[in-house]
Design a protein around this ligand. Structure first.
Ligand code: GLC
Length: 391
């Protein structure tokens, strides 16, 4: 159990982390100044959550910066560009990408409200329009939402995308550079609306379990802030559609459903398949999925949860989105554990995340078996350790 002194020390370190990455002219933190010198949608929503826990009203500034990039029709871009354009072509727009990302602005708005920070009605309205856009433009006839590029899911190199032709299937033949090039090439398969929003892809369309859970979760969170029954109803509808269409009884996880391309890899057991526990009303499904976070034959690695089940051939505990542990996923899984009253596990996950986050120098992600730091160091979202309470 962390006492008040330790929490104060942690807050001091997290504040220094965010301060170092804060761009006052643009009003947001970069995830990392050299690896990620732009605004990313879900990163900045997580930064807003961290600022709120620090009692700093830059929480409001950063959430506003996310929604300031909103396109005319309502899509909230997954990236707004910093001073230099990005390396890859991300669509026809000069200052932002045409893709989106998990819309964590609903959750951020709720956390800010809970911390007594005032988010203006215009910003909340933009958040609602962002969720409306997904509902109106990315909902398939089966009632689930789809994405048109792997980057929209947040987990860019997931083994679940393997059957879409991405190079590298197992830990032994995986090649990160080839994989990144494959991802970048997929942008050329997109169709765009008049405002620049990506609407469809000729090669990659999928209804991901985690993305659907994240949207339902953010609908419910924003519904709470706005006291909006329509949004709350959509959240329930989406959670029910996920339970009906995505639940995979064999793995006891929510699986992804391919729409264009893909194959059985969409069911590879990854911890994203637990995220339905954030929103489902079905206790049996939630507990069956959450049980696997600590099971050693599933995601229960020493520095885990691992992002890929440990016995699966594609498991690579040190590889980007192929099995490593991610602090922002830990934060979300911690919320799911709390939601289902699994307080001991939630507190244990919070304690472990706090410990490894600090020991790793605030690494973007870490080796699921050893906790060794990986990716960009330091990374802003790792400050979420502060937002994971140990009760
Ligand atoms: C990587 C991650 C993505 C994140 C971005 C910035 O692309 O896959 O989820 O938003 O980095 O941190």
């Amino acid at each position: 159990m962390t006492g008040p002194t330790e929490t104060a020390a942690l807050a001091t370190r997290v504040r220094a982390l965010l301060e170092a990455h804060w761009d006052p002219a643009r009003g947001y933190c970069v995830p990392n100044p050299s690896t990620y010198p732009h605004l990313w949608l879900w990163d900045s929503c997580f930064h807003a959550v961290i600022w709120a826990h620090l009692g700093d009203d830059r929480a409001v500034t950063e959430l506003t910066a996310v929604l300031d990039g909103q396109l005319a029709g309502g899509l909230v871009p997954h990236m707004r560009y910093g001073p230099e354009p990005p390396d890859a072509w991300l669509g026809p727009l000069p200052t932002s990408s045409s893709l989106t990302q998990p819309p964590m602005f609903g959750h951020a708005a709720r956390v800010l409200a809970a911390h007594g920070l005032t988010v203006g009605p215009d910003v909340l309205e933009r958040a609602r329009r962002g969720l409306d856009w997904l509902w109106e433009h990315r909902r398939a006839p089966d009632g689930l939402l789809y994405i048109v590029h792997p980057w929209e899911a947040g987990n860019d190199h997931s083994p679940r995308w393997d059957d879409w032709g991405a190079p590298g299937r197992t830990a032994a033949d995986y090649d990160r550079a080839a994989r990144s090039a494959w991802n970048a090439a997929r942008v050329h398969d997109l169709a765009f609306a008049a405002d620049g929003a990506a609407t469809w892809s000729s090669s990659f369309v999928v209804e991901p379990a985690a993305f659907n859970a994240y949207v339902a979760f953010n609908l419910a969170e924003l519904a709470d802030v706005l006291d909006d029954d329509e949004l709350a109803g959509r959240a329930r509808e989406l959670a029910e559609a996920s339970d009906r269409l995505l639940w995979d009884g064999e793995s006891a996880l929510w699986a992804d459903l391919p729409v264009v391309g893909g194959g059985p890899s969409a069911r590879i057991p990854i911890s994203d398949g637990v995220m339905g526990a954030l929103v489902t009303g079905n206790a049996g499904k939630a507990h069956a999925a959450l049980d696997q976070l600590t099971r050693p034959d599933r995601f229960g690695a020493p520095a885990g949860p691992a992002n890929v089940a440990r016995r699966h051939p594609s498991y690579d505990p040190g590889m980007y989105w192929r099995g490593a542990a991610w602090p922002h996923l830990n934060y979300l899984l911690h919320l799911a554990l709390r939601r289902w009253g699994r307080d001991d596990e939630a507190s244990a996950l919070a304690a472990r995340t706090r410990e490894i986050s600090a020991a790793s120098g605030w690494a973007e992600y870490w080796h699921a078996e050893t906790g060794a730091p990986l990716g960009a160091v330091p990374q802003s979202w790792t400050g979420l350790a502060l937002a994971m309470d140990e009760r």
